[in-house]
Design a protein around this ligand. Structure first.
Ligand SMILES: Cc1cc2nc3c(=O)[nH]c(=O)nc-3n(C[C@H](O)[C@H](O)[C@H](O)COP(=O)(O)O)c2cc1C
Ligand code: SF4
Length: 670
């Protein structure tokens, strides 16, 4: 008997019956364009299918070169491209999985020299103004969708997902915001939705009933002049009538200034918008975004918010998510913490998608964790992210591992991160590692710093001793009002009402977030919607309403020495959220500051040569870290085989992604 009866109830979609209610959501990984990319994609998807994913949707593939998100991005438009896709479908089918190809035309979101769109209106996130598609081109673009679907079928796909959301071409036709046409493809709603409806109708007519058509429909655009709930329902009904088997949910255009997938978005925050569509349609509906654990998926399904859930990033974090949930091993799930640092940020930087908590994601053929040829004794010193990853990986390979942690609890820098409002998901990563240490019989010694003598007894030593905050050489640095960032995070109640934070990097931003937080549970959907101005009923165009400024408990000034944009090092896809969040909270940011000293009045600085006082009851120092590796030389001298990882290796590049990746790779090679 499963703990998740709704999640593991079979469902029939079109001609397919699936064993569970989970769709692996579309993710373009950049393997689509990489050398040997399709072999690697085949390995990536096959592993997920083997572990029980019922239905996979590929990353977006363009139906023609104009529709490619960037120059050279993958298309499916010619018969000779079919063989590559065959590798993927064969691998998935060999594992009893099913897979649909996502057809995505970027429209004005194409980062190419001449993007096209229904109307020549520039997207705020693209420097190029699109060219308006002629009537003939609209017709030929529909032909391209149909040809792409036919080739997908030839390649062995079980169906297609027509990408109609996130502000891409189809969405651009649907909304007045981007469609000012006066022909039959613009004007009233019936005309604006004609493009997607024709695409679905033509694919159905061409490919018959035994080919799945999923339509990804933007149920809340989160942009001005977006659709209202009436528009969304009318579109849903029209695509159902045109032949779609199932409607998947899309949330927010890429240009929206409301976060939709980052870690501060409450889990399943948007399932309510899918539920509101349910009575209007007879085909199944899939909900999406920030559903990352089985109890969340089960609740969404049990409450009738949708017929299925889509999860994308959770399958980067853990390929065996389904098998673990099904077999009563949920506590072993490596949870997606919605950080975007190794997935979406990589995509935007042109790198391969991967995962902060699972560096094997999209590296299945290259980062292989195999049983060790010879089991050895391994000491891992330091229980932060790097040490945890190294200890678990080494133990998985059969080594006898002892993990030493000087503090009374595991986690290192994660213990600070998890206390920041909106970063609670880090608790899940710690839970995962604790369970894995136990499962692989790692001997954990808390409150213990081993001596060089102790470490000589091991075959291999992994030094993951982390960092300590860098001390500032500043007059008044020993004033009682000065706190280090670890102290301010752990003892926030000791921080006064007026705060100056020295250092506007990632940690400075986190401290500012914590100290200005109003106190409601950070993952409360209602409070979050109020703060960001989200109307889940979508009675307003795009589902936007006036945001409510949060009441803040402290007045915070965030300062940095450099004149560059504050928050250097924040992710491409998350930095803007942090900046907007601090703006909402009235945090003042000052750049180009020269620090003069701290006294009873506060923090004295110079800006442009002018002296200035930042009145403050507390001054928090977030001015970087230095590596802790005091024993390294002695270990070398003692002839110990030692590997230095994480912050102990490079304090300046301190980040959990690098730490976990390095810990995993070092241990995979021991
Ligand atoms: C690396 C990455 C690539 C993505 N590429 C696509 C895509 O090609 N097409 C698409 O419809 N959605 C894409 N998405 C969005 C996901 O399908 C999904 O909507 C989003 O990640 C939220 O769901 P989640 O919280 O389950 O990850 C991508 C997401 C990520 C993280
Ligand atoms: S990198 Fe972060 S957001 Fe992306 S899949 Fe991994 S845990 Fe999730």
């Amino acid at each position: 008997m499963t703990a998740y009866p709704h999640l593991f109830r079979p469902i029939t979609l079109g001609h397919l019956t699936l064993p569970n209610r989970v769709l692996m959501g579309s993710m373009h990984t950049n393997l689509e364009e990489a050398p040997n990319g399709f072999e690697r994609l085949a390995a990536f998807y096959a592993e997920r299918a083997r572990e029980g994913v019922g239905l996979i949707v590929t990353g977006g593939i363009a139906p023609n070169p104009q529709g490619a998100v960037f120059q050279g991005a993958a298309t499916l438009e010619r018969p000779e491209q079919v063989a590559d896709h065959r590798k993927v479908t064969d691998a998935v089918h060999a594992e009893q999985g099913r897979i649909c190809l996502q057809i995505l035309h970027a429209g004005r979101y194409a980062y190419t020299s001449e993007p096209v769109a229904p109307s020549p209106i520039q997207a705020p996130i693209n420097p190029s103004t699109p060219r308006e598609l002629s009537r003939d081109e609209v017709a030929s673009t529909i032909d391209d969708y149909v040809r792409c679907a036919s080739l997908a079928r030839e390649a062995g796909y079980d169906g297609v997902e027509v990408m109609g959301s996130e502000g891409y071409l189809i969405n651009q036709f649907i909304c007045r915001r981007t469609n000012r046409r006066e022909d039959e493809w613009g004007g009233d709603l019936a005309n604006r939705i004609r493009f997607p409806v024709e695409i679905v109708r033509r694919i159905r007519a061409e490919l018959g009933d035994d080919f799945l058509i999923v339509f990804r429909l933007s149920m809340i655009d989160l942009v001005e002049e977006g659709s209202t709930s009436e528009d969304v329902v009318a579109l849903g009904r029209a695509v159902e009538k045109a032949g779609a088997d199932v409607v998947n949910t899309g949330i927010g255009w890429h240009e929206a200034r409301v976060p939709t997938i980052v870690t501060s978005v409450p889990r399943a925050a948007f399932s309510e918008v899918t539920r509101r569509m349910r009575d209007a349609l007879s085909i199944p509906l899939i909900t999406t975004n920030r559903i990352n654990m089985p109890e969340v998926a089960e609740r969404v399904l049990a409450e009738g918010q949708a017929d299925m859930v889509s999860m994308a990033r959770p399958f980067l974090a853990d390929p065996a998510w389904i098998a673990k949930a099904r077999d009563g091993r949920s506590e072993e799930i490596n949870t997606c913490i919605a950080c975007n640092q190794a997935c979406l940020d990589h995509t935007f930087q042109g790198k391969l998608t991967s995962c902060l908590v699972n560096p094997q994601a999209c590296h299945e053929t290259e980062l292989v964790i195999e049983p060790a040829g010879e089991a050895r004794s391994v000491a891992v010193v330091g229980g932060g992210p790097a040490g945890l990853a190294a200890a678990v990986t080494a133990a998985r390979r059969g080594h006898a591992v002892t993990l030493f942690e000087r503090q009374s609890e595991l986690g290192g820098q994660f213990n600070y991160a998890r206390r920041i409002p909106g970063k609670e998901e880090f608790d899940e990563t710690l839970r995962y590692f604790r369970v894995m240490l136990d499962r692989h019989q790692v001997s954990v010694r808390l409150g213990m710093a081993p001596s060089v003598h102790d470490l000589r007894a091991f075959d291999e030593v992994v030094l993951a001793t982390g960092v300590r905050p860098r001390r500032l050489d500043l007059p008044g640095i020993d004033h009682p009002k000065v706190m280090s960032y670890p102290a301010a995070i752990v003892h926030a109640e000791r921080v006064g009402p007026r705060v100056a934070i020295i250092g506007a990097g990632g940690i400075g931003f986190d401290v500012a977030e914590l100290l200005t937080h109003a106190g409601h549970p950070a993952l409360d959907v209602e409070a979050w919607c109020e703060e960001w101005g989200v109307d889940l009923t979508v009675s307003t165009p795009g589902g936007l309403r006036e945001p409510r400024r949060p009441t803040v408990p402290r007045r915070v000034t965030l300062l940095q020495r450099k004149t560059s944009k504050p928050g250097k090092g924040l992710g491409t896809t998350t930095g803007w959220v942090h900046r907007a969040s601090l703006r909402h909270r009235g945090v003042e940011t000052l750049v180009g500051c020269e620090y003069v000293g701290v006294d009873d009045e506060g923090l004295h600085i110079r800006q442009d040569g002018e002296p200035r006082l930042i009145e403050a009851d507390t001054v928090v120092v977030c001015a970087g870290q230095e590596s802790v590796r005091d024993d390294l030389e002695a270990l070398h001298e003692a002839g110990v085989s030692v590997h230095v990882i994480g912050g102990a290796d490079k304090a300046a590049e301190l980040d959990a992604k690098r730490a976990i990746d390095q810990g995993t790779r070092v241990a995979a090679a021991l």
